[in-house]
Ligand binder design. Structure first.
Ligand SMILES: [Mg+2]
Length: 175
């Protein structure tokens, strides 16, 4: 983003949100079907393109089985820069604790969501959890819930930020 008054305004309004992302039962159903691994990934990539401030931290057990470079290359080239990290691996623990471990290690106190089918690895109710059904994964209904959560009051969409900038311009306060 070029350093213009408009972009500074928009960046100030938009807050980073971290999406802790599971793969199995999310980006593809388990068991997998004829559509294969990552059949739902285009749906998530489209979400990321529309929500520029969402950054992804991989929480999937795939992070234990594959090198980081391989994990990142699963995603489309234009969103790879948004896949920023993975959660730490705790031997005797659960996914929620690993997420908290990442937040503490990174001193991250901002908004976050977890897209996951492993409901039993989270304290319930967990307002941050966007639950997928293992045998279904990230379908349109889950995507709708994810979108609502990402656009809740702690997060402003790029369209909202641009509108806000325009309103201020129209009132003659900036230009
Ligand atoms: Mg899973």
């Amino acid at each position: 983003m070029a350093l213009t008054l408009k972009n500074v305004w928009i960046t100030g309004l938009l807050k980073t949100m971290i999406l802790f992302l599971d793969f199995d039962g999310v980006l593809h159903p388990i068991p997998t079907d004829a559509r294969g691994h990552f059949c739902h990934l285009p749906r998530l990539e489209e979400f990321l393109r529309k929500h520029e401030q969402v950054q992804v931290v991989v929480s999937s057990s795939w992070r234990e089985a594959y090198p980081w470079e391989v994990i990142v290359e699963i995603f489309a080239a234009d969103v790879q820069s948004r896949i920023i990290d993975m959660t730490p691996i705790f031997q005797i623990s659960n996914r929620y604790d690993e997420i908290q471990g990442w937040r503490v290690a990174n001193r991250y106190d901002g908004p976050w969501l977890a897209l996951d089918d492993a409901v039993n690895e989270f304290p319930l109710p967990c307002g941050h959890l966007i639950e997928c059904e293992t045998a279904v994964g990230l379908d349109d209904a889950v995507l709708a819930r994810l979108t609502v959560a990402a656009e809740a009051d702690h997060f402003v969409s790029i369209e909202d930020a641009e509108e806000s900038f325009q309103e201020v311009c129209d009132r003659g306060r900036l230009l």
